[in-house]
Design a protein around this ligand. Structure first.
Ligand SMILES: Cc1cc2nc3c(=O)[nH]c(=O)nc-3n(C[C@H](O)[C@H](O)[C@H](O)COP(=O)(O)OP(=O)(O)OC[C@H]3O[C@@H](n4cnc5c(N)ncnc54)[C@H](O)[C@@H]3O)c2cc1C
Length: 387
């Protein structure tokens, strides 16, 4: 039996490595930073963000013993969707789709810490930290992984290389990439009149703004043109909170406090053929989505579910990187990846088109009145697009 190599110990790489180890596969995991999730490294920027994860994502994490309670996750039970300056709006309620919540928000840092603890608890996983992978080259017999660790440069031939490094490497060279005219600013804010388990998604001509309830208050993701984001980053806390108040309104009372603000440049990236000869790209290494719909890691976890199923339980002499397995994986992921990436892009751009404010506001109003449509959309939010 040969060992799958997983490149990148972010949330996706750790989750996959632990699930494969539970199926009896010995796994080698390479991480360019330190495994102590709190120490600064290439993923330090991501550590500041909050992720909204749907029910099926929590079911998968539950297989590793990670529950919403354990990572101080916060439920989202209703979502208020509006268009700035217009009357149309939609109120989505999870109970309309027969579930008690759409999902839970969790801090990236806490989730990563729990996933790395799951990796550390599994003796079948060999971890190399401070190990920077430079290239991955596929061929029929093996993937060649060139990497540099504390002991110097290494050249390893492996039967399957899984790229889960977030999109820093290029293995297949067939990625579509596109810029967004916005950047994102993320931080946590406190509001005087919190509304419990309600999330807010507000579309504006500049880009969408989301406020998600989380353990520490509200996770804010504000997207806007680069110059506006630069200005918001430089502003004092008081000026920043005043700008947020003016942009969002007083639905949550006054905004009082904010954590350090973090900027994320936004670009879309979609690998057309994520599986190649003895390598496969998953999660952000396969697709990087605009954060507007909170679908990126939810989609990545569905990559992981399918890959784990494609590999199955380890048997002596089994080849994890066989062409048949990888082709089956790629086929199985096609529809969900294209649909999720397409709908996310539509949501990120449609509301920002010139002249879209009135039609979009009317569309939201109509949508709010059409119960079956609303229920269908609520179900998508709760269960993911694959379902
Ligand atoms: C502002 C914002 C908000 C978001 N909100 C949501 C949300 O609400 N819901 C949701 O589902 N998704 C959300 N996402 C997307 C989500 O953050 C990503 O999908 C998720 O982090 C992807 O995890 P990953 O493990 O694939 O990649 P990463 O998180 O990027 O981790 C990659 C890992 O690989 C390591 N690495 C990098 N290069 C190398 C190398 N050469 N060699 C070895 N190791 C390497 C890194 O150090 C890191 O540990 C959001 C994204 C942004 C920007």
């Amino acid at each position: 039996m040969t060992t799958p190599w997983v490149i990148g110990a972010g949330p996706a790489g750790c989750c996959l490595a632990a699930l494969l180890a539970d199926k009896g596969w010995p796994v080698t995991l390479l991480e360019s930073g330190a495994m102590d999730a709190s120490s600064p490294g290439p993923a330090a920027v991501a550590v500041q963000r909050t992720l909204a994860l749907a029910g099926p994502s929590w079911t998968l994490l539950g297989r590793l013993g990670i529950t919403p309670q354990q990572v101080a996750a916060h439920p989202i039970r209703t979502i208020h969707v509006s268009y700035r300056g217009q009357a149309g709006r939609v109120c989505l309620d999870a109970s309309e789709s027969g579930v008690s919540e759409f999902g839970h928000t969790v801090s990236y840092a806490r989730l990563l810490t729990a996933l790395r603890a799951a990796v550390a608890a599994r003796p079948g996983i060999t971890v190399h930290e401070q190990a920077v992978v430079q290239t991955v080259q596929g061929s029929t017999s093996a993937a060649r992984v060139r990497w540099r660790g504390p002991a110097g440069a290494q050249d390893s031939l492996v039967s399957l290389a899984v790229l889960a490094e977030g999109g820093a490497l290029t293995a297949s060279g067939d990625a579509l990439t596109w810029p967004y005219r916005q950047q994102a600013l993320a931080c946590v804010v406190q509001a005087e009149q919190p509304t419990g388990d309600q999330a807010f998604e507000r579309f504006t001509p500049d880009g969408p703004l989301a406020l998600l309830p989380c353990a520490e208050g509200y996770a804010l993701i504000w997207t806007a043109p680069a110059a506006r984001i630069a200005h918001l980053l430089q502003a004092s806390d008081a000026d920043f909170l005043a700008a947020l108040q003016a942009w969002f309104g007083d639905r949550l009372g006054r905004f009082r406090q904010c954590s350090p603000r973090q900027r994320y440049p936004l670009r879309g990236r979609f690998v057309l053929q994520p599986a190649g000869r003895r390598f496969v790209q998953i999660a952000n290494a396969a697709q990087t989505l605009h954060p507007v719909a909170g679908q990126g890691f939810n989609l990545g976890l569905r990559d992981i579910t399918t890959l784990t199923e494609a590999l199955g339980a380890a048997q002596p002499g089994q080849d994890p990187g066989s062409a048949t397995r990888l082709a089956a994986y790629q086929r199985a992921r096609r529809a969900d990846r294209w649909t999720t990436a397409g709908l996310t892009h539509l949501l990120a751009t449609a509301f920002a088109l010139p002249g879209s404010s009135l039609p979009m506001s009317l569309a939201l109003g109509t949508f709010d009145l059409a119960a079956p449509l609303r229920r269908g959309f609520a179900r998508l939010m709760a269960e993911g697009i694959a379902s």
